[in-house]
Design a protein around this ligand. Structure first.
Ligand code: NDP
Ligand code: DXP
Ligand code: MN
Length: 392
């Protein structure tokens, strides 16, 4: 029986993971879960899956333990950030699903890496902000890193099995084709984007996801973060990645080879597919996802991204090229700007403005020390907040 810890069990990825595990009860057991604000949902998860451990914020730990006891659950509560990191590195756990949103996921994911776990990575922000530190830790601690972000999982499936052992040139790989849906505002002009509401921005055309990633998809920052994520995961440069807008989200990404072959992974847009793939890799398990019917499927179309109306993609590419702390600053500024947009404090087109300003006034430094990186993340958060204040 494979024991699984789900960091961010109450979220969209967490719920999809629980669904896949529930379909494969002979192979997987939920050993540990974490939640942050949605503790009623976490209690339901504990009642259903009876995990050994549940991590919650420090101030809610006593109350949540009482709730568990009242519900007849023997789940033990671990508290706060330390509890979450301990949970991620518990010896009994073999697989850790990194599904916390944003920078808050970095330390628990690193704890799982340092404990040599199989990491199913959804939390792209953690990798974007810490890049080389993250990948070095994977190597040093012989963790197994499997992407469940749908595009990266697709690329992983289209690459040779031993892709990490040889250069792309030796393997005849020309480039990665990273698909983007284009989000709910695809085709909109810069001017018309100014007045869009949070409700419009989180209404993704194809995927049901948490609010932050939905806004990122709408601004194309999700694709910018994914471009950086792909650079680290597959050891490529941004010039080896072409972003292709594919509004139907049926092709989840592709690999183009020198002989003219383009390998693609297709499927209905449902995160249970990449989650099941990575849980079982190199085997396959059922995910509860309906097989793609190409006869009844809609036509597949492709177009170029509009980087003028959606400057976040360009900003992310530039941040990766600048290196050092730049991607962490980009990520921090984006997190603050997205939260401000969702709280209706800024408009949608001010998201890239906040990020540009944070990057412009910051000195980019080496990012090889975790403590320093975390302090820069905090500094960029504060800087972004003060830039937003000055908008008013
Ligand atoms: N949803 C999707 O289809 C995809 C998501 N991803 C990535 O996966 C990650 C999760 O996304 P998604 O599931 O959509 O997001 P959700 O908002 O649905 O879930 C986020 C999870 O993180 C927890 N969380 C939030 N803040 C904190 C914190 N400060 N400390 C600890 N836990 C916290 C939440 O707890 P609570 O709910 O209890 O507050 C929740 O469990 C993101 O990085 C996203 O980019 C990648 C590809 C696809
Ligand atoms: C499901 C998933 O992996 C998301 O990252 C999704 O790809 C978002 O879609 P777009 O960012 O392409 O709109
Ligand atoms: Mn994705």
């Amino acid at each position: 029986m494979i024991q699984v810890a789900i960091l961010g069990a109450t979220g969209s990825i967490g719920q999809s993971t629980l669904d896949v595990i529930a379909r494969n009860p002979d192979q997987y057991q939920v050993f540990a879960v974490s939640g942050h604000q949605r503790l009623a949902e976490l209690l339901d998860i504990c009642k259903k899956f009876q995990p050994q451990l549940a991590a919650v914020p420090e101030e809610k730990a006593v109350y949540f333990q009482e709730q568990l006891l009242a519900a007849g659950c023997s789940t033990e509560v671990v508290a706060g950030k330390e509890g979450l990191q301990a949970l991620a590195s518990t010896p009994e756990v073999e697989v850790v699903v990194a599904a916390i949103v944003g920078a808050a996921g970095l330390l628990p994911t690193l704890a799982a890496i340092k404990a040599g776990k199989r990491i199913l990575l959804a939390n792209k922000e953690a990798l974007v902000m810490s890049g080389a530190l993250f990948m070095d830790a994977v190597k040093t601690h012989q963790a197994v890193l499997l992407p469940i972000d749908s595009e990266h999982n697709a690329i992983f499936q289209c690459l040779p099995a031993d892709f990490a052992k040889r250069s792309f040139a030796e393997q005849g790989i020309e480039k990665l084709l990273l698909t983007a849906s284009g989000g709910p505002f695809r085709g909109w002009s810069k001017e018309s984007l100014q007045a869009v509401t949070p409700a419009q921005a989180i209404a993704h055309p194809n995927w049901s996801m948490g609010q932050k990633i939905s806004v990122d998809s709408a601004s194309l920052m999700n694709k910018g973060l994914e471009l950086i994520e792909a650079c680290w995961l597959f050891s490529v440069q941004p010039q080896q990645i072409e972003v292709v807008v594919h509004p139907q989200s049926i092709i989840h990404s592709m690999v183009s080879y020198l002989d003219g072959s383009v390998l693609a992974q297709l499927g209905n847009p449902d995160m249970r597919t990449p989650i099941a793939h990575a849980l079982a890799w190199p085997e396959r398990i059922p995910a509860g996802v309906e097989a793609l019917n190409l006869i009844t499927s809609t036509a597949l179309t492709f177009e170029k991204p509009d980087e003028d109306a959606f400057p976040c993609l360009k900003l992310a590419r530039q941040a990766f090229e600048a290196g050092g702390t730049a991607p962490a600053l980009l990520n921090a500024a984006n997190e603050v700007a997205v939260a401000a947009f969702l709280a209706q404090q800024i408009n949608f087109t001010q998201i890239p403005e906040v990020i540009s300003q944070v990057l412009e006034v910051s000195t980019i430094q080496a990012a090889n020390d975790l403590e320093f990186l975390l302090s820069e993340d905090q500094r960029a958060n504060q800087l972004a907040a003060s830039i937003i204040q000055n908008f008013h």
